[in-house]
Each structure stands twice: as structure tokens, then as C-alpha cells.
Design a protein around this ligand. Structure first.
Ligand code: FES
Ligand SMILES: [Fe+2]
Length: 418
């Protein structure tokens, strides 16, 4: 249980708030590069700040104040040029550093127009593995961590976004909550498919550890032993708002105190014999969350998670909880975040921030299924694998995969649609 004041510390993300400052010390994934193919400008609210993300015709990414530095028109209705984004109201042109390059009327009537003080707030953006990452913190920016899966070849990758109507921290608490798999995805999933039993293997034992990049949770369920990779390797919650499950990442990126952008990156290696496979473009799509009746869609794994996250309220009231031993991962995570907030207030660098370019280049994480992704398996082995067999049949994580993405996946895998 947490007091209201402690809960605010965990959940407030605006500029100047302790957690907002901690989150700003990390590069945050904000979308897919391919999103900007059709329209190179995207309005984006991040950590309580209204911004505009764009790619100019010179290929540079920018993330700047959504409001023009002139008289605050909405730059998401502007257009991009060779070098920057131009406001549609009076034509001011800004580049990716926020510098105001042109003020057409002033430039016409004045021999030496001064643009001092006319710059826009701007944040750096980097592309990696099809994702766009932004850094909203103080300079110098830390290294962008290149997680090992981003370097894997011969795979089909896709990025899925979802607009989750609740605070980011309750989403991230789910990254250290193994017991929910048994109930939310297994027993409830079974009932959603017409079943009528709570027959999923029970969790028998849990363990949580901290490592350099976050936390690892380990579990033993009925039918498993401590020799199983779920216990010997485990799964990973990344500092501060990531989750890694061996072939995919999820980040819970705060939009503001009451909204979260879920950014997920997926990888499936093509079956042996299909290499070399080079994916020209990593597709990005947005998963719808509600049905025609305004109820949450429950058919897919992360949609189910979202039912839990959003169901806790816009900002979960942690003064009304009853934490038990199933929640030791949650307690550990909160405690460590509070310690990190205190350390930051004392001038220390938060955990997980990487300053060494070498260290950031290809970061290996605990991974239960590494060889499947680095060495590959045959199509026959896919068919024998309980999870991967289904993965070929349908995208199980998010509702709403567009048909063109499915077609590209089927083509990459060399399987028949059916
Ligand atoms: S408000 Fe943007 S140019 Fe005037
Ligand atoms: Fe889940």
C-alpha cells in the first residue's frame, strides 16, 4: 500500500516531477520510422509535452514543440522541406535542432533580420531497428542502447502501437507480475474461447533479481522444474519502462499522467532455408483497443493486459491495494524506483543509463529462446513448437494486424495462408 503522496511520485511524469526527470534520462521509443512514410509529420504528446515528430526531405528526424515559436500555430499542420519543418501560418522554418532558419516576411523587408530567441524547443531522435527513439533529458544524451535482438538478421519485424488510457506505471508493474499469466492469459483466455475451468498450471515458486539493465523474474509452474529456462534464465523488465520476452520488446511510454503509448517490437526469424531474408521496411501499425460497443477487445494477449492496466483506473489508487506474496516483484520494483528517485535528487545517474558507446553497441539480455532467433529452426520444427506453431497461424499479441502486414509475414516465412 502506498500513500497518495508516494503514489504521485511514482506516477507524475511532467517536466520537473521526480519521475518525469528520471524517465527523461532514458531514450524513449516513440514510434516506427515507417509511420512517417505516408505522412512525414506526426503530432505526439510525450511526458506531458505536446510535440511534433517529423522527417524532413533530407531524411533528418526532428521532434520539436508542437506550437510554432512565432505565434504558436500547430506545426503538425505544417509541411516538411529539404531542411526542416515549415509552419503553415506565416511560413517560419525550423530545423531539427529547433533553430529558426527562415522568417519569410522579416527576411524580405529587413536586411539583417534577427532570429535571436525565436528557436523552438527540440529533442534528438534516433532510428534503430525500425523504431524511433527520442531523448527528452538534459545534455549530454546517454548512449542509445542497441539491444542484441535489434542486430538479428533474417527476421520479420513489426512495430505495434496502442493508446492505453492509463498511467504508465501500472503497465510497467505488469512486467514483474508472472502470476497474471496463469490467470489473465491462461485461465481467462481459456474461458474467452468457450472453456469452463481454471486448469492452467499453477505457479509454485517465484524469484526476482536485479541486474544491470533491470529486473529478471523467474518462476516454476506445475509441470516444470528448476531446470526449466523459466527458472534458470527468466524474463526481463528493463529500466525504466521496458519489458523483454525473448523475441519481443514492449515499452510503456508515458504520454502524460493518465495516458500511455504502448510501443511493441516483434521479431520472428524466417525458417531455415528461407535465408537470406532482408526486410526492406519494418511495418508499424496501431492496434484498436475497443469494439463497437465501447468494450475492450480481449482476444489478444496484450489487449488482455490492457484490460488489466486500464481497469486499475487512470491512475491506480495504490492506497487501496492489498499486496500479497504474489506481488513481491511489484514491491521490489516500487522500492527500487523510490531509491533511484532519491539517488537522482542527490545528483546521481539513474540505473540503466549507458554512457559507454562500446557497452551500448550490442547488449545481450537474458533470453530463453535465443538460438531460435540467432540460428533458426526449420518449418517442421515451427510446427512442433507449441507457441511458434500458433505464431505462424496468427499474430497473437495485438488485435488488428493489417492484411498487408500479414501478407508480408506469410511471404517472408514461406508459408501458405489459410
Ligand atoms: S505562427 Fe507559425 S509562422 Fe506564424
Ligand atoms: Fe500479460
Amino acid at each position: 500500500m502506498l500513500t497518495a503522496a508516494r503514489n504521485e511520485m511514482l506516477t507524475r511524469v511532467g517536466p520537473g516531477t521526480p519521475m518525469g526527470e528520471l524517465l527523461r534520462r532514458h531514450w524513449q521509443p516513440v514510434g516506427g520510422a515507417s509511420e512517417l512514410d505516408a505522412n512525414p509529420i506526426k503530432p505526439l504528446r510525450l511526458l506531458g509535452e505536446d510535440l511534433v515528430l517529423y522527417r524532413d526531405r533530407g531524411g533528418r528526424y526532428g521532434l520539436i514543440d508542437r506550437h510554432c515559436p512565432h505565434r504558436r500555430a500547430d506545426l503538425s499542420y505544417g509541411w516538411v522541406e529539404e531542411n526542416g519543418i515549415r509552419c503553415s501560418y506565416h511560413g517560419w522554418l525550423m530545423d531539427e535542432t529547433g533553430r529558426c532558419l527562415e522568417q519569410p516576411y522579416e527576411d524580405t523587408v529587413s536586411p539583417k533580420p534577427s532570429k535571436v530567441g525565436c528557436d523552438a524547443k527540440a529533442y534528438p531522435v534516433k532510428e534503430c531497428a525500425g523504431l524511433l527513439f527520442a531523448y527528452l533529458g538534459p545534455q549530454p544524451a546517454p548512449e542509445l542502447p542497441v539491444w542484441e535482438p535489434f542486430t538479428w538478421a533474417n527476421g520479420f519485424r513489426e512495430i505495434v502501437l496502442a493508446d492505453v488510457p492509463c498511467n504508465w506505471f501500472q503497465c510497467q508493474e505488469n512486467s514483474c507480475d508472472p502470476v497474471h499469466f496463469e490467470w489473465m492469459h491462461d485461465n481467462w483466455g481459456h474461458r474467452l474461447r468457450g472453456g469452463d475451468s481454471n486448469a492452467a498450471p499453477k505457479h509454485l515458486k517465484l524469484k526476482f533479481e536485479e541486474f544491470e539493465h533491470g529486473f529478471i523474474y523467474k518462476r516454476v509452474r506445475e509441470g516444470q522444474s528448476e531446470d526449466d529456462r523459466y527458472w534458470t534464465v527468466g524474463r526481463v523488465a528493463l529500466w525504466p519502462n521496458g519489458f523483454y520476452l525473448g523475441s519481443h520488446f514492449e515499452w510503456r511510454v508515458p504520454v502524460d499522467d493518465e495516458n500511455t503509448l504502448s510501443v511493441a517490437w516483434f521479431f520472428v526469424r524466417v525458417p531455415k532455408g528461407r535465408e537470406p531474408y532482408v526486410q526492406e521496411r519494418v511495418p508499424t501499425w496501431v492496434s484498436p483497443l475497443k469494439d463497437a460497443n465501447g468494450r475492450f477487445i480481449t482476444s489478444h494477449i496484450i489487449n488482455q493486459d490492457i484490460v488489466a492496466w486500464a481497469g486499475q483506473g487512470r491512475i491506480a489508487d495504490r492506497s487501496k491495494e492489498n499486496l500479497r506474496s504474489s506481488d513481491i516483484g511489484i514491491t521490489m520494483m516500487r522500492k527500487r524506483f523510490f531509491e533511484e528517485l532519491e539517488a537522482m535528487a542527490a545528483g546521481k545517474e539513474p540505473a540503466g543509463v549507458i554512457r559507454s558507446a562500446n557497452a551500448a553497441q550490442c547488449i545481450e539480455l537474458p533470453n530463453m529462446t535465443r538460438e531460435i532467433n540467432t540460428e533458426g529452426i526449420t518449418l517442421a520444427e515451427f510446427d512442433e513448437h507449441p507457441l511458434l506453431r500458433l505464431r505462424l497461424q496468427r499474430f497473437p499479441f495485438h488485435y488488428g494486424q493489417p492484411p498487408e502486414v500479414r501478407r508480408a509475414f506469410v511471404e517472408a516465412m514461406g508459408i501458405a495462408e489459410g
